[in-house]
Design a protein around this ligand. Structure first.
Ligand SMILES: [Zn+2]
Length: 86
């Protein structure tokens, strides 16, 4: 049975290797790729999930950064605020 697993992914129109199979078309010549070269719905979902996780992680980092900045600001504020000494 030939399932074409060892063929590698090449664009049938220009013969270049297809790196990003998330796109339905060749990056080089814009030719639509045959269904066999396109990702299955399942593969696409797996990749989407991965990208989602990366994005979430990045957003968490950003949130933490923002929190740290706010904490810093607050600390600076309390430091500069002093009750008048008697
Ligand atoms: Zn091509």
């Amino acid at each position: 049975m030939n399932q074409g697993l060892n063929k590698g992914c090449r664009c049938p129109a220009c013969g270049r290797e297809v790196y990003s199979r998330r796109r339905p078309a060749c990056e080089f010549c814009g030719e639509l790729l045959p269904v066999e070269l396109q990702l299955t719905a399942e593969e696409r979902k797996a990749i989407d999930r991965e990208i989602c996780e990366i994005k979430e992680r990045r957003e968490e980092d950003k949130k933490e950064e923002e929190l740290a900045r706010q904490r810093d600001r607050r600390r600076r504020h309390t430091r500069s605020f002093r009750w008048p000494e008697r």
